[in-house]
Design a protein around this ligand. Structure first.
Ligand SMILES: Cc1ncc(COP(=O)(O)O)c(C=O)c1O
Length: 431
């Protein structure tokens, strides 16, 4: 019997919980069988049955150059030959740190780690250590990895402390985490008025990619920055998804276009800076970073941190995205995709809205762009699921849940975008 996605899924479920190593891969939100990927090249992935897909997930963000970019492959192969891991510093780590700092002016020093979860968790520990305060604000619908203190949903009522969203997280562990509605200015003001003096940090996805694609509005971000400065609270930008993805300088550079001098205090990176290998980072000023071990009392460490192969992969990726014109071309391409989808929806009389920044995009079966998590989750889920399967069967691989963003890579061609638009026309017609 030949290998099928179905047979692999059955086999996987015997030895891996739910058959997957990260929950959203299981297709639970949309139903059906996950595709088991055999290989990928450029803008395409092939599943175990040999079917080709135009890939708009890109490993959930990292594959901004497409799969198997020659410069990246060569850097990885060269690094692997020299040694897989040393547990000692290397020159390449300095180069990657220098590259990040050169592109992100708010960052003077970085620490490399292995996942976005680790980077976000460490950034919070650093913020708490540096401010000697415990409380933090996060926003509903923003995901910052699965550290205990961040698996929280809003409590009942305005500006109350949250409840764990996962079993295994004791309520005491999240008692310092305040969960607010994204883009809700009055709630933000109230939370600062009550807790400002106790807050270590506010962590935010500036353009949220874990509730599809929702931008923090400029007045909201401006006021958030003012309140943080006024109360000496550290503003932590989780740019795991947006960093080197929405613009070369990340989402912070996008906000700095509208808010002169805008900077977060701490930045968290992942995904693109690893180019598809396990690598993430957090960074801030030298002054704050000196709180971190071995210089200061905030402990943080990792056996594989700054791994030479992952570092080589990330560095090669950053060098490509930093080439003149890279982001202009990627943005143009992503915009053309979003425009083509919107035109197809309009012709089919389907309520639809979409947005993009750089190589990241989102779309909703809703006439207007939602501004917060509740509004995203109120969009038409049944229609999304039908559309998702319509696209998948036509060889277009979108994120399998309506609350996830999409990603375009430099490898996507105009022909890929035209083929996606044609598939969308047929899929919208399904109703
Ligand atoms: C904004 C954001 N922060 C943090 C994380 C966690 O990163 P990782 O999955 O590498 O632990 C993610 C993952 O999707 C993310 O999108």
């Amino acid at each position: 019997m030949s290998t099928t996605n179905e047979s692999l899924f059955e086999r996987a479920q015997r030895v891996i919980p739910g058959g997957v190593n990260s929950p959203v891969r299981a297709f639970r939100a949309v139903g059906g069988t996950p595709r088991f990927i055999a290989r990928a090249e450029g803008a395409y992935m092939w599943d175990a049955e040999g079917k080709r897909y135009i890939d708009y997930i890109g490993s959930w963000g990292p594959m901004i150059l497409g799969h198997g970019h020659p410069a990246v492959l060569e850097a990885v192969q060269r690094a692997a030959t020299l040694g897989l891991s040393f547990g000692a510093p290397t020159e390449a780590e300095i180069e990657l740190a220098e590259a990040i700092i050169a592109l992100v002016p708010s960052v003077e020093q970085v620490r490399l780690v292995s996942s976005g979860t680790e980077a976000a968790m460490s950034a919070i520990r650093l913020a708490r250590g540096a401010t000697k305060r415990s409380k933090l604000i996060k926003f509903e619908g923003c995901y910052h990895g699965h550290a205990d203190a961040l698996l929280v949903k809003a409590g009942s009522g305005l500006a109350t402390f949250g409840h764990p969203t996962s079993a295994g997280v004791p309520p005491e562990v999240v008692q310092h985490t305040l969960v607010l509605e994204y883009n809700h200015l009055e709630q933000l003001e109230a939370a600062f008025a009550e807790h400002g003096h106790d807050l270590a940090c506010v962590m935010i996805e500036p353009i949220a990619g874990n509730m599809n694609f929702v931008r923090a509005q400029v007045p909201f971000m401006k006021r958030l920055r003012e309140l943080c400065t006024q109360h000496r609270v550290l503003l932590v930008f989780d740019e795991v998804m947006t960093g080197f993805r929405v613009a070369l300088g990340g989402a912070q550079s996008v906000y700095a276009r509208s808010i002169p001098g805008f900077k977060p205090d701490i930045s968290v990176f992942g995904k693109v800076i690893g180019g598809g290998m396990p690598l993430a980072a957090f960074g801030t000023t030298r002054e704050i970073m000196k709180q971190l071990a071995p210089l200061g009392p905030v402990y943080q460490a990792g056996t594989l941190s700054g791994n030479p192969v992952a570092t080589a992969c990330g560095l090669a990726t950053l060098r490509e995205v930093a080439r003149p014109g890279f982001f202009e071309a990627l943005s143009r391409k992503t915009r053309s995709l979003v425009d083509a989808l919107a035109a197809a929806a309009r012709d089919a009389d389907v309520p639809f809205s979409a947005d993009n920044e750089g190589g990241m995009f989102g779309f909703f079966f809703n006439g207007a762009l939602p501004q917060h998590y509740g509004a995203v989750m109120a969009t038409d889920k049944e229609r999304f699921n039908r559309y998702f399967h319509g696209m998948l069967s036509r060889g277009v691989y979108l994120a399998p849940a309506l609350y996830e963003a999409g990603f375009v890579s430099a490898a996507h061609s105009d022909a890929d975008i035209a083929a996606t638009a044609a598939a969308a026309r047929e899929s919208f017609a399904l109703g």
